[in-house]
Design a protein around this ligand. Sequence first.
Ligand SMILES: O=P(O)(O)O[C@@H]1C[C@H](O)[C@@H](CO)O1
Ligand SMILES: Nc1nc2[nH]cnc2c(=O)[nH]1
Length: 300
Amino acid sequence: MTSVKMFREESIEDVIDGYSYERIESISKFLLDRTKQRPEIGIICGTGMGGLADMLEDKEIFPYKDIPDFPVSTVPGHSGRLVFGNLNGKSIICMQGRFHVYEGYSVWKCAMPVRVMKLIGVKTLIVTNAAGGLNRNFTVGDIMFIKDHINFPGFGGDNPLRGRNDDRWGPRFPPMSNAYDLGLRQLARTVAKELNLEKYLQEGVYCMLGGPSYETVSEMMALTLLGADAVGMSTAHEVIAARHCGIRVFGMSLITNICVMEHDSEKPLANHEEVMETGNRRRKDLEKLVTGIIMKLDTV
Ligand SMILES: O=P(O)(O)O[C@@H]1C[C@H](O)[C@@H](CO)O1
Ligand SMILES: Nc1nc2[nH]cnc2c(=O)[nH]1
């Protein structure tokens, strides 16, 4: 009896009343009152990819801890700052550090900043992440444009849209086909070609798991059978929240490690230091790619 009551209380307070439209509106107002920037482009930096925020000019930085009602980042490789700034004259808002379910946050809370972005005026979201490569054709350092995702936590009902739906965000049952905008992917391919990055380019399906443990060999094999090309611990919930409120999305994974799919293998397994190191090593190409895409966004 007690556990049922606990579950109900939690879901009413947090999911229904906790981050109401008005509460998220007050977070966005807090920010808009303190910056003249009115960005239509948002970026979420993956592990080790905080350099994407550092490249902005005329930065205005809001540490998460100073934003009322905002969660804080607890993971190495995620600075925990909301950065406003310009990139070749375009106004950008960038999450230099995201929230993960394994940090203890509910999945809707991890996705909540996307709704803040929506109320700030964001129309296009660029999501990046570090991921393990399941596809045997992938190598460390490859950049995978995400064409679709498998939201594994969602299979069990852990979806950021769980709870009462507020139609001001979007419909109760939003479609998720074409979640990763085809036009943006084509644009990104053109930009990558111009930058001579084609040799690193992959396109595929990203699978989100809850983490923080990396996958067992059998889990990796199962994900491969499901059609996943890369596996990580983020992104899907952010994209669902973005699509629900009408933000178009471009997503890319940096393949930071290759998943070893042999039982009893001596090969080194995934570790967070390697993930961050690959992010740092490939940072310049990622920055060039994101800059190139942003410069041409008006064309699609
Ligand atoms: O925030 P992302 O998805 O880029 O971070 C990945 C998943 C874990 O947080 C971490 C594991 O090393 O990298
Ligand atoms: N789940 C998962 N997340 C990652 N993030 C970076 N590499 C990996 C990986 O191999 N597995």
